[in-house]
Design a protein around this ligand. Structure first.
Ligand code: ADP
Ligand code: MG
Length: 344
């Protein structure tokens, strides 16, 4: 079994060439959540020190990891996961608010986005434990499905605490954590009075105002194929919104020569097998964009477009193979798309 995970951010057209500003844009960057983050600010307001901003961002990301990372044994979520108690467990307001939003998306997506899939993620070899050899059998999958489902997590809104309704319940915030962290960094940057910026973690991004050319930011959605990464399939024109993309072309397991997506269908307990090759969602906050990009990957394009339209969400599904790519977009997505995909 081979696990492939190439952690390059989606590439972003910053349109810097031909920029006639004297001051170059400020670009801060670093590493977090097993990937990279970056912040681009066309013009820093007088009095704002970029060194200080860098430190504030690093400390905010550190706080988020200390609460929510399942890669850290002492994080709030890891402590909750490792306990088999079904008693109430006090949590931070940040985790509480994130789980409230996650619950809403779990319900609206009919369970397609489910942050309790962790035991299935482990079973299929995407987790922290040693990779599983071969394809798990039906009985194993069936028995683990008894322990998943976000309705098994009880949230107490008045006392800011949560509890498991079964001892085996596990939380995995991987499909939402980057989006949440992007929102937190955006909040921090906006609080400094900075109006124009683009912040991005592992390709999930939040855009405010205009780019260095005083135009909407241009975001390139790459070809969802490993051979053509970093070439643009679709270019979006975005201002004041969050953009997130999910796909199995960067992150998958290979069992007996066959590729399996790292996204699990929580209803079947198996990796999603159908196209789309990638799903991009644009909405106001990055947490929702991130969660919905994962949810729509499970739901698929046909039902996904219907659901996106009924919820008035902007979603774009890129499907097809190397020879021909098709984009299927919800109504609200149309205004962001500047081109249709063609072979580079
Ligand atoms: P990426 O991390 O590549 O940006 P996603 O945001 O789609 O991709 O998150 C995928 C991760 O979330 C998986 O690696 C797994 O840990 C977890 N996951 C898998 N399937 C689901 C699902 N249906 N709902 C919620 N989380 C999931
Ligand atoms: Mg996601």
């Amino acid at each position: 079994m081979k696990m492939t995970s190439i952690l390059l951010p989606l590439f972003i057209l910053l349109s810097l060439i031909g920029c006639d500003r004297v001051e170059p844009p400020v670009r801060l960057h670093g590493k977090t959540m097993g990937t990279t983050w970056s912040l681009t600010i066309p013009n820093l307001p007088t009095g704002t020190r970029s060194g200080q901003l860098q430190l504030q961002i690093e400390s905010s990301l550190e706080n988020i990891n200390a609460l929510m990372s399942t890669w850290r044994a002492d994080s709030e979520i890891s402590r909750f996961n490792s306990s088999t108690s079904t008693e109430w467990f006090d949590i931070s307001p940040q985790t509480h608010s994130l789980l409230q939003k996650a619950t809403r998306i779990y319900q609206q997506s009919g369970g397609a986005f489910d942050p309790t899939v962790s035991p299935l993620v482990e079973l299929w070899g995407f987790g922290h434990t040693l990779p599983q050899q071969g394809i798990p059998d039906d009985l194993q999958i069936k028995s683990i499905l008894q322990h998943t489902g976000l309705e098994k997590l009880l949230l107490d809104d008045s006392a800011i605490r949560m509890r498991k309704s079964i001892p085996q319940l596990q939380l995995d915030l991987s499909a939402i954590a980057k989006g949440y962290a992007v929102d937190e960094v955006a909040r921090l940057v906006s609080a400094q009075g900075i109006e124009n910026y683009l912040v991005e973690i592992g390709g999930e991004m939040r855009i405010s105002g205009n780019n260095p050319k005083a135009e909407p930011w241009r975001v390139a959605i790459e070809y969802p194929h490993i051979e053509k990464l970093r070439s643009a399939a679709v270019i979006l024109s975005v201002t004041d919104a969050a953009v997130a993309t999910s796909g199995d072309y960067r992150n998958f397991v290979e069992i007996d020569g066959k590729r399996y997506s790292h996204i699990i269908d929580p209803l079947t307990g198996r990796p999603v097998t159908h196209n789309p090759a990638s799903v991009t969602v644009i909405t106001t906050d990055c947490l929702s964009a991130d969660a919905w990009a994962t949810a729509f990957s499970v739901i698929g394009s046909r039902k996904g477009v219907e659901l996106a339209n009924s919820l008035q969400m902007a979603a774009m599904f890129i499907e097809g193979d190397d020879d021909k790519l098709t984009t299927i977009s919800s109504d609200k997505m149309m205004k962001y798309i500047t081109n249709t995909p063609s072979e580079p």
